[in-house]
Design a protein around this ligand. Structure first.
Ligand code: HDD
Length: 756
């Protein structure tokens, strides 16, 4: 009973037809498998191993499994062992000839420990090296059934997923808040096999042809001589490339906009960039672009905030994602598609759908929701999961196929190839995080890091020795059948189509669609980035490109650089703005936002407690800031735990700030001494660190509030109490209500009227 060999043999016997009956396989005896000349035609489970073929024992003598999950492999039992399972009495001292004598070569434990350590790092991803990820679930709405047969998009079908967010340029240890594009890659473990949507938070790409990927990446990475700057585009080689290769301009202008410095992974949109070909049950095809829409709204940092964050909390986005999930504020995105008829031209409203540097404005083709992604669990091991996950745009399921986008073609090669270096061989699909949740029977064999113990003798097709296993699956059995799309018969050329030639109309569309404050941010971003370049020729060339986008943009940046503003070479097109491209204007849910409450021992602690509770009640996160750690009101009935001291906390962590007291420093207090060490002065009536918290939050257009007792802090800081988004009152609950209302718009932009 429960004998897998017998069960498999019985199953096999059932599938064998009359008149062709083989001898029954008896466990322990060789099975007779007379090869038939023809390949069998009925699908069935793989044949059992022959009786003379033993797999490694599935259990140890103590009954512990030797295979299966990774913990069972490498982490079990109460005693420290070496990699061979030998228990160890000591792991702190090398084996020596006497306590002060030489270390002995025969110390095999020392050698194994150091050998393994020496190889702990694997090559980082050549791009997107820095990332953070989470597990989750995707629920299909069933709304896409008319255009795709992909099973995971079916109504209420739930599919486990793993999503990794990343920056592109920086190394693994670089800061999260660099101005950069963000990766947004999702692995769907569907019932039909793995589907990867390898997306970015910017809807277009730098290049139209994958052959130029090494060029753009070499230009953006640190200079090859000194290897600086790290995780920055603000340097000569990047702008040299972008200004001489203007098809990169559309992507570049997107990350010079606020999209380049997201507030959180949770507040980013995602875009599949390419046009994909969807196929429904009837075999009809539709072209489509994928969009992720964050439920929390699209929201960015401001530039100074991003720079401060890079120093005080380089792990800001990673921490934010993990904290939110741990706190139960599970981030969500709706997946949507823009659909276009699959015409022979593959264009829509004059836009070439095969050009990955072009968007289709949502006002022309609405984004139609097809499912919901919820990230609800943090990885338990960064290396095993986040580092070893391997995405590939060619991991597709039936119902989703490729188009002839030349950028996509190169990606379909590159992602598989890169894993061989990064993960040390071709068997990375066997790593736990990459394993499909659908059965795998691939006939791929051997190679570095092979962990499967395959059965059978015939990993080839056709065969009769393994009973014809495994069988082919056509469309009806869920096989992936490529769409028989026509291929243009033409001569071989190294050329782009004429329809890829316009590099400036869509950058202008973005500029025209932004709000005034977003335009000011973009002007500052260009001015900063080009200001970091040394070569005037590069700045001048970029200004010429900016002139083709918009004269105001060009003039303002030129003024900042101290250079003359060139004129456009053509009459700039008047375009209808696309409001969907702006991040400003909508109101969003405030759940999961962070509210700083600033107090000290002299503050009204009952007000602090009440505020803290009300913030929690609104599904937001309160952070109590105080001059020193520990508790406010320590020793009293109901002390308040301090989450951030003035030394460890900065305003960048919070979305809004409420001051409860006047935070004055007693002359001999710890606060006064600490503030003196920090600022060199104890003159001020208000702790200078509280002033900094307030002025920073104010300058970064955050809602700030205070109880009436805190007025002196606002006055000393020079923050006008009647400015937009500044709320002072006696009633903490009322102050918080107003603050939360302001938070729905993310920032108080009207505080700084923009004139762009
Ligand atoms: Fe790429 C990683 C997204 C163009 C070659 N890419 C990578 C990741 C994302 C993207 C999100 C990180 C995946 C992860 O978290 O592991 N890449 C994009 C998008 C593109 C794009 C949206 C354009 C539409 N990429 C692109 C091109 C090439 C590559 C044109 C090469 C010809 N990308 C790679 C790569 C990486 C990668 C070298 C590095 C690590 C990896 O694949 O696994 O193969």
């Amino acid at each position: 009973e429960n004998n897998p060999l017998k069960a498999a043999a019985d199953k096999l016997a059932e599938t064998v037809k009359d008149g062709d009956e083989p001898e029954a396989v008896v466990p322990g005896k060789p099975a007779s498998r007379t090869p038939s000349l023809e390949e069998p035609t009925e699908p069935h489970e793989p044949l059992p191993p022959k009786s003379d073929q033993e797999k490694p024992a599935p259990h140890t003598a103590t009954g512990r499994p030797t295979g299966g999950s990774s913990e069972e492999f490498s982490q079990g039992g109460a005693y420290l062992t070496n990699a061979q399972g030998i228990r160890l009495p000591d792991s702190d001292h090398s084996l020596k000839a006497g306590p002060r004598g030489p270390v002995l070569m025969q110390d095999h434990h020392l050698r194994e420990k150091i050998m393994h350590f020496d190889h702990e790092r694997i090559p980082e991803r050549v791009v997107h090296a820095r990332g953070a990820a989470a597990h989750g679930v995707f629920r299909g709405y069933g709304t896409a059934a008319s255009v795709t047969k992909a099973a995971f998009l079916g109504k209420d079908v739930e599919t486990p997923v793993f999503t990794r967010f990343s920056t592109v340029v920086g190394s693994r240890g670089s800061m999260d808040t660099a101005r950069d594009t963000r990766g947004f890659a999702t692995k769907f473990y569907t019932s039909e096999g793995v589907y990867d949507l390898v997306a970015n938070n910017i809807p277009v790409f730098f290049i139209q042809d994958a052959i130029k990927f090494p060029d753009v990446v070499h230009a953006a990475k640190p200079h090859p001589d000194r290897e600086i700057p790290q995780a920055q585009s603000a340097h000569d080689t990047f702008w040299d490339f972008v200004s001489t290769h203007t098809e990169a301009f559309h992507h570049t202008i997107w990350f010079m906009a606020d999209r380049g410095i997201p507030r959180s992974f949770r507040t980013m949109e995602g875009f599949g960039v390419h046009t994909w070909r969807l196929v429904n049950e009837q075999g009809e095809t539709t072209l489509a672009k994928f969009h992720w829409k964050p439920k929390a709204g699209v929201h960015s940092q401001v530039w100074e905030e991003a720079q401060i964050t890079g120093g005080v909390d380089p792990d800001f986005h990673r921490r934010d994602l993990a904290d939110a999930i741990e706190a139960g504020a599970h981030p969500q995105w709706e997946l949507g598609i823009q659909t276009f008829p699959d015409t022979p031209e593959q264009t829509f409203e004059g836009i070439d759908l095969l050009d990955p540097t072009k968007i289709v404005p949502e006002e022309l083709a609405p984004v139609q929701p097809i499912g919901l992604l919820t990230l609800d669990a943090n990885p338990s091991n960064y290396f095993a999961e986040t580092e070893q996950v391997a995405f590939h745009p060619g991991h597709l399921v039936p119902g989703i196929d490729v188009t002839d986008d030349p950028l996509l073609a190169g990606r379909l090669f590159s992602y598989l190839d890169t894993q061989i270096t990064r993960l040390g061989g071709p068997n990375f699909a066997q790593l736990p995080i990459n394993r499909p949740h659908a059965p795998v029977n691939d006939m791929l064999r051997d190679g570095m890091h092979q962990t499967a113990v395959h059965n059978g003798v015939a990993p080839y097709k056709p065969n009769s020795l393994d009973g014809g296993c495994p069988f082919f699956a056509g469309s009806d059995e869920g096989g992936y059948v490529e769409v028989p799309a026509s291929v243009a018969a033409s001569k071989k050329v190294r050329q782009s189509p004429e329809s890829f030639a316009d590099h400036f109309t869509q950058p202008r569309l973005l500029w025209l669609s932004l709000s005034a404050v977003e335009r000011e941010h973009m002007i500052s971003a260009f001015t900063f980035e080009l200001g970091k370049c040394y070569e005037n020729a590069i700045k001048e060339r970029t200004l010429r490109a900016l002139a083709e986008v918009d004269p105001h943009l060009c003039e303002q940046v030129a003024e900042g650089l101290g250079l003359p503003a060139p004129a456009a070479t053509r009459e700039l097109p008047s375009l209808r703005p696309s409001p969907a491209l702006s991040q400003v204007g909508d109101k969003w849910p405030t759940a999961g936002r962070m509210i700083g409450i600033v107090a000290d021992d002299n503050a009204d602690l009952s007000a602090v407690r009440a505020l803290r509770d009300q913030v929690f009640d609104g599904d937001m996160v309160p952070l109590v800031f105080a001059p020193a750690g520990g508790e406010l009101g320590a020793g009293g009935d109901d002390p308040v735990t301090v989450q951030r001291t003035f030394a460890t906390g900065r305003s960048i962590e919070v979305d809004a700030l409420i001051l409860v007291g006047n935070i004055a420093q007693g002359k001999d207090s710890f606060a006064a001494r600490d503030a003196k060490a920090w600022s060199g002065t104890v003159e001020e009536a208000v702790d200078p660190r509280a002033l900094q918290l307030l002025t920073e939050a104010y300058r970064h257009a955050k809602a700030v509030g205070g109880l009436t007792a805190a007025r002196p802090v606002f006055e000393t800081a020079g923050v006008p109490t009647d400015a937009p988004g500044v709320v002072i009152g006696d009633d903490g609950a009322a102050v918080l209500r107003e603050i939360v209302d302001l938070l729905g718009y993310h920032r108080v932009w009207e505080r700084f009227p923009a004139d762009a």
